[in-house]
Write a protein that binds this ligand. Sequence first.
Ligand SMILES: [Zn+2]
Length: 319
Amino acid sequence: MAVFGTSWRVARIAGIEVRIDSSWAVIALLITYSMYLRTSVLYPELEGGGAVALGILATGLFFGSVLVHELAHALVAQARGIRVQDITLFLFGGATRAKVESRGPGDEFWIALVGPLTSALLAGLFGILAGLGGDLLSRALVGTLGYLAWTNLLLAGFNLVPGFPLDGGRLLRSAIWKATGSLGRATRIASLSGQGVGWLLVAAGVAFLLAGDLAGGIWFAFIGWFLVQAARSSYQDLQLQQLLGGVEAEEVMAADLVRIPPQLSLQQAVDDYFMVYDHSGFPVEEGGRTIGLLTLRGPAGAQGAVADPSGPGPHGPPR
Ligand SMILES: [Zn+2]
């Protein structure tokens, strides 16, 4: 998504690159601080250090849950033969980059569904741990586990909202795609629905602001605005892909090839070819066979010329 700035690779899990976007640092600090506030208010029996440690543990488990949600998407995509580019944790959670719409609606359906399912499973797991730990663990630890159960349930529920690019929006898109056979129409409807959900969140943010909840208001408006932008740009991306996908290389390639013999000196190549023709590269031919590509690179001119026997072919400007 377009919000990504600088990101760092932090891990590789099952062959999938996990990255952290710079925007994530902001939310990680905010959540750690709010988790600390929550623990220190709810469990005054904890010493100062205890509340900090529990706050950090809760934040770690929260982001761990987000990562497991994303890994579920990525692993199902891989299992269905779709290459996963990477997983990035950023300001609003996580994102898995894979061309899920590259094939049929079935792939997108299962890849999208497994995310909220995993969050619901995690909610159950934390709930069970909180229940079992009642006698063994401290009140603060049990309370934190219960809180994580609710957070994961909320994550599952929010992701099921049918607005693209949320998982629910992807489910909606796959269903319309299946019904109409048109990925374009399905994406347009799911994107409009995503923009609608985004504007609703913005409206909710304004309502919170008017009610005097500054932090909640800003946060909801911010998420809503992000969703509107993401929904809009994912439809535009698809339009661009379909546009480029419909053009064949033959239609834009330079067809008037001028070939260079391999014995030509670079000085001659510059004087007789690069200065004469409007091409940035020339195939080098010997005995009717292309053996390389001579291109100009950088202001150094012919000094930067390279012969690349595996080159893709001439890349002169389209005419
Ligand atoms: Zn998801």
